[in-house]
Design a protein around this ligand. Structure first.
Ligand SMILES: NC(=O)c1ccc[n+]([C@@H]2O[C@H](COP(=O)([O-])OP(=O)(O)OC[C@H]3O[C@@H](n4cnc5c(N)ncnc54)[C@H](O)[C@@H]3O)[C@@H](O)[C@H]2O)c1
Length: 322
């Protein structure tokens, strides 16, 4: 039996996929979640494993700190707890800030006490609406503190500052993953993120809603690639004290993606255009040279293959409800 791993945000999209993979690799996993955006159904399969323990808690709360005695023999922590979809964090901005600031500090305190390693899930949103393309980790970003997205972007950036301080002051083995858009079948159909919206709308032959004129770009990474990147970050000593982009550098305009999803789903949907949300980034593409060099990581799942798997899974979900 291998070591004991804590995953915060385990009932979410990435957390549940990560837990499943680590259980397959014979680790003991303790999962924490407050169900703010996570779903009980994401835990169903995990709870079948005797190596999985779940604790309902908010990482930014005193209750989480009081649990620290129960978490004494933790070797590794993946700190994923935070709303990630704009649809959720715009509704709960203060909770989002707390999860990434107080929550990150609490997680780092726990790590320091246990001499545990930490991977912190930061985001490509740390680059804001970037003026440099593609974005390498050296780019400092173009982020607005005075707007609706700031609760997410800026709290992730402050979370990174906590990681920097614990690494430099206390030698905590912490690594920051700047994750770019990740998708797969596991995203809830009502998640509000672009791939889940497009696939759901295409399969139901509803209008596919593009915000703006669709010329803004994004890069989409299949979930198994992102999870492999996060695990490599945890494993590799060379990643300690580093910020590393995890994303697929293949860039699509949003309109290209809408047309591709429509084509792969054999959909009759129309594509409709709606006002662009405030501070929506115009382009997004990771420079992954650092991940290649330090982790030997590159994405392996082609976007068309990943989309086909996602479409099949969503179709099954829709069919099972009918
Ligand atoms: N999926 C992506 O494309 C993506 C991209 C960039 C960054 N990230 C980051 O990765 C992490 C996971 O994202 P996801 O896509 O799985 O999102 P998600 O919303 O599906 O999962 C987040 C989980 O965290 C839980 N949570 C939120 N606040 C909490 C708190 N205070 N205490 C305990 N649990 C809490 C939620 O209930 C949910 O289960 C997030 O930190 C997100 O910012 C994800």
């Amino acid at each position: 039996m291998k070591g004991r791993i804590l995953i915060t945000g385990v009932a979410g999209f990435l957390g549940s996929h990560l837990a499943e993979e680590l259980l397959l690799r014979d680790y003991k996993v303790v999962g924490i979640d407050n169900f703010s955006t996570g779903k009980e159904k994401n835990l169903k399969k995990l709870k079948q494993s005797k190596n999985f323990t779940f604790i309902e808690a908010d990482v930014s709360s005193n209750y989480f700190m009081a649990l620290q005695n129960q978490l004494e023999d933790i070797d590794e922590i993946y700190h994923l707890a935070s709303p990630a979809s704009p649809a959720y964090y715009l509704k709960k901005p203060i909770d989002t800030i707390d999860a990434n600031t107080l929550g990150t500090k609490n997680v780092l305190d726990l790590a320091q006490k246990n001499n545990a390693k930490v991977v912190y899930a930061s985001t490509s949103e740390a680059y804001g609406d970037p003026l440099i393309h593609p974005q390498s980790e050296k780019y400092r970003g173009n982020v607005n503190t005075w707007g609706p997205r700031a609760c997410y972007d800026e709290s992730k950036r402050l979370g990174e500052v906590y990681c920097y301080l614990y690494y430099s002051l206390f030698n905590t083995k912490v690594k920051v993953a700047r994750i770019f858009n990740t998708y797969s079948a596991g995203l809830a159909n009502d998640d509000g993120r672009v791939i889940s919206n497009f696939v759901n709308q295409a399969l139901l032959n509803e209008d596919i809603t593009v915000y703006g004129d669709g010329t803004q770009t994004r890069s989409f990474c299949y979930v198994t690639d992102t999870i492999r990147g996060l695990i490599l970050m945890m494993e590799k000593e060379s990643a300690n004290g580093q910020i590393i982009n995890i994303g697929n550098p293949k860039e699509y305009t949003i309109l290209e993606m809408a047309n591709l999803v429509k084509k792969l789903s054999n959909s009759k949907s129309r594509i409709t255009f709606h006002p662009l949300p405030i501070d929506d980034p115009k382009q997004r593409k990771p420079d992954i040279s650092k991940a290649r060099k330090l982790l030997g990581w590159t994405p392996q799942v082609d976007v068309v293959d990943g989309l086909n798997k996602t479409i099949t899974n969503y179709k099954n979900q829709i069919d099972s409800k009918e």
